[in-house]
Design a binder for this molecule. Sequence first.
Ligand SMILES: *Cc1c(COP(=O)(O)O)cnc(C)c1O
Length: 375
Amino acid sequence: MIIPQTDLRASYLAHKTAIDAAVSQVLESGWYILGEQVSAFEAEFASYIGVSDAVGVANGTDALTLALWACGIGGGDLVFTTANTAVATVAAIELAGAMPVLVDIDETYHTLDPNHLIHLLESQPLNGRLRAVIPVHLFGQMADMPAILDIARRYNLYVIEDCAQAHGAALNGRRAGSWGDIAAFSFYPTKNLGALGDGGAVLTNDVELAHKVRMLRQYGWRDRYISQISGTNSRLDEMQAAILRVKLNYLDNENKHRAVLAAIYDSLLGKEANITVPACRPDGQHVYHQYVVQVQQRDKLQDYLNEQGIRTGIHYPVPIHQQPAYQGRRGCDTDLRRTEKAAEEILSLPMFPYLSEEQAVVVAETIQAWLKNHF
Ligand SMILES: *Cc1c(COP(=O)(O)O)cnc(C)c1O
């Protein structure tokens, strides 16, 4: 019996009847891009997150790029983000024409460290306009938004939330995506709210920004065939929107089950001396996109689990500034010691809404057995 790290087919089968019906309805409708399903999903998702506007786009990377464009950020502008993120965050900044400046993570929660951000803002002779910061709500847990917003206000920076891993996460009862000026979501199939293909959305309470993103996603059109501004093609299709509407109904329950699995891992591994379980912000709601432990000899543990039929992941094995594409890049050359250390020790345990509690116990007990023999 294999225990997978994630299981996308299980998520489909759990809602198969409703998804099949939704897809079939779109097929029969004769309307496939930016239609009723997209508009309805945009309204439902905006209301779920607690903002006025959501704009469906083609994927999460585009959501970030269009958010940057809408804020007027591009050519040579500097955008701060964390080094411990999916490469998409940094790719989006460069696609917008801006330059990423990488900020280290804090030791406890592994999200963008506000102190390091201040340090960079104050001490570096940064050449370029300082325009924005993109905090990433990593693994399902929100970044330190109160501190980041405070710094952003002082330095007049836009705050663009990367919510690709945080559908439903909250801090002080307020959801990820409702804190900054504008926010980007991905609906890549593995995300907590995942389509069965690519998808993304830009969310904001600023109607002007929302209006701009709506134009940008479709050739800058103000009206059909009349481009008001120069834009691109980044649209959400009806089929994915219809599927997302079905799955949005189950998001809270699925997130709850992820938390139950996390509590099992916490209770069995939290007291072990040689493994560190994820720390949760006391005032936050973690939605466990990933459950990431830290352990020395991580590769050995991963091999052992593999032999026992338990699949794990590493998010992320190589920090952005050490990737071939970004090595030596200006803005990627700051001191990122904590990100580098984390990359050597992190391991993402099996975590998905259709993993059973019994399976989570097996995973944790297998790790306990390994720890006993290795330390
Ligand atoms: C998945 C992800 C993205 C990109 O989303 P795509 O839909 O794959 O383009 C961006 N940022 C983070 C943190 C992600 O996890």
